[in-house]
Structure formats: structure tokens, C-alpha cells
Ligand binder design. Structure first.
Ligand code: VGL
Ligand code: ZN
Length: 212
């Protein structure tokens, strides 16, 4: 079974948002096509932080990009983003969300961050995504969304460790690139770790012509 995993397509990661991925809005038309391709399951994720979340620089009076320890783990500090119930946390404008089967929420614990859509950054608490995919006999996970070098990358690495086959739809992802090329490096790392990198056009033509 094939699942489409759409990561953090939320206003705050879009141009003009609090933690924008450059050109993040350019993936919306691709995602709107993907949701009509014959995937068996479509899962969306939301970064869903409480206002007192420990990844927000302003909760410490520190600057974005500084580091703290959170749950004993190195944590880079972000601008306040994707606060539960705010406009920034809503699904991005222009995205057809009607075909989503399930939405998975992450980053809800103020005391630990969660880049992966499977587990928090300490690999302790599960979001429930793994069980949901197993209940639906999913083996292949096609990943698109934001941001390439954080939530996409950590989700893909966990998917590999859990024994799923992840495919990264490279042109339907965008990064934040705190350092130039961070997103490209993340793609290379995912590929080396065993993920397949696919292009939107190739995937679409393949899915629309093969009976599954
Ligand atoms: C993300 C940084 C902080 C992401 C979430 O969705 O990639 N990045 N929170
Ligand atoms: Zn976040």
C-alpha cells in the first residue's frame, strides 16, 4: 500500500510566515495534483506547538539560531511558529485538503521538539503515525512538504529505520536553508540512507499509467 505523507504545509512555513521556506508556495500546485493520484492513504502533518514551547527563542529572551538543551538534547531556537489554533498553524492557503485521511500533530509537548512525524526528537513518544500506517498495511511512503532539512528529513530517516520504503518527491519539498545548501545536503543524506529521490513529473506519469 502506498501512502502520501504531506509534511507541515502550514501558513507559518510559507512565504510571509514566521518560519518561511523560500518558495514554499510553489509546491502547492504539485501537492494539489498529488492528492488526486491513486495513493491508498493520504496523511498530513501539522507542527502544533503550545505557546510556551521550548523551541521558541522568545520564551528564553534569546535570539533565533541560538542553542539550548531541551529534554537533554541540543535544540536550535526558532521564531515563534505554528502555535496551536493560530492562523500560522492552519493548512497553507490554496491547498486542497479535502482528500486527507488523517492529520498527525507533532511538537505538542512544550518540553521537547519533534521534527519527525513519527517520534519526538528523543525518539521517546510516538505520534501514532507508525501504527496508523501499519494498520493500513502501508509499505511505501511518498513524502512531500516542508521543510526539507528538518521535518521531511527526520521523518524519512525514521521511516527507513521502521522498515518502510520512503520516496522523497524532491521538487515538492522546500527547505529553510539557515545555512546555504542545507536542503540539498539533506536530500543527499536521505538518499545515502536508502530513501529513493523521485521527481514529481516522473512519479505522476508512472502512477497515472500503471494499474496498482
Ligand atoms: C520545522 C523547524 C521547526 C519543520 C518545524 O516543519 O521542518 N522546522 N519546526
Ligand atoms: Zn516547530
Amino acid at each position: 500500500m502506498k501512502a502520501l505523507l504531506l509534511v507541515d504545509l502550514q501558513n507559518d512555513f510559507m512565504p510571509g510566515g514566521a518560519l518561511a521556506a523560500k518558495d514554499g508556495d510553489q509546491i502547492i500546485p504539485l501537492v494539489n495534483a498529488l492528492v488526486h493520484a491513486p495513493f491508498d492513504l493520504i496523511v498530513a502533518t501539522k507542527d502544533w506547538h503550545p505557546a510556551n514551547h521550548g523551541s521558541f527563542a522568545d520564551n528564553y529572551g534569546k535570539k533565533v539560531g541560538e542553542h539550548v538543551k531541551l529534554a537533554g538534547i541540543d535544540q536550535i531556537l526558532w521564531p515563534r511558529h505554528c502555535v496551536q489554533g493560530t492562523h500560522g498553524s492552519e493548512f497553507a492557503k490554496g491547498w486542497d485538503t479535502s482528500a486527507i485521511d488523517k492529520t498527525v500533530y507533532k511538537g505538542t509537548d512544550p518540553d521537547i521538539d519533534s521534527y519527525s512525524t513519527f517520534f519526538d526528537n528523543g525518539s521517546l513518544k510516538s505520534t501514532g503515525l507508525e501504527n496508523y500506517l501499519r494498520e493500513h498495511a502501508v509499505d511505501e511512503i511518498y513524502v512531500a512538504g516542508l521543510t526539507t532539512e528538518y521535518c521531511v528529513k527526520y521523518s524519512v530517516i525514521d521511516a527507513l529505520e521502521l522498515g518502510f520504503k520512503p520516496y522523497v518527491i524532491v521538487d515538492a519539498c522546500r527547505g529553510v536553508n539557515l545555512e546555504p545548501h542545507d536542503a540539498d545536503k539533506a536530500l543527499a543524506l536521505m538518499s545515502q540512507a536508502g530513501a529513493q529521490l523521485v521527481k514529481f513529473n516522473d512519479l505522476m506519469s508512472q502512477m497515472m499509467t500503471t494499474e496498482t
